[in-house]
Ligand binder design. Sequence first.
Ligand code: AMP
Ligand code: ZN
Length: 141
Amino acid sequence: MSHEDCIFCKIIDQELPSAKVYEDEHVYAFLDLSQVTKGHTLVIPKTHTKDIYNTSDDVAAELFARVPKIARAIKETYKPDGINLLNNNEKAAGQAVFHYHIHILPRYGTADGFQPSWVTHEDDYTQQDLQQIAAEINKHI
Ligand code: AMP
Ligand code: ZN
C-alpha cells in the first residue's frame, strides 16, 4: 500500500530515482544517498509503515528475513571489517523519513564516518534492579 507524500513509497513506485540493490514482492533495498560508508544500504518494506511501533509481525518477518542475505552480499562485495544495523524510530532518535527502514552500514577501519557510541551504566544497577525493569517491560508485551 503506497502512502501519499512518502518519498520511500515513491522510490518503490519508481516515481523517484534510486540505486536499487535488491527487490522482491515484499522488500526493496537501495543505497542511502548519504553513503555514510561505502555500500550503506536501506532495506524497506513495500507496505508503508511508519516506524517499529506500527510494523506488524508479518511485515517485520518479511523485512528482517531479507537483511542477512543483503548483508552477506555487501560483505562479499566490499569486504568490510564489520557491519552495523541501525533503525531510528521517532524524531528524538534521529528518524527523518517516516517509512520504516533498516540501515545496513558496512564498517571500514576505525574512522570510517560512522561512530556509534554509548555510555555504560552497569555499576548503577543491581541484579535486582535489572529483574524489576525486565518484569515491568514484560508486563506490557
Ligand atoms: P533516518 O534518519 O533513519 O530516517 O534515515 C533516513 C535516511 O534516508 C538518511 O540516511 C538519508 O540519507 C536517506 N535518504 C533520504 N532520501 C533519500 C533518497 N531519495 N534516496 C536514498 N536515500 C535517501
Ligand atoms: Zn512509505
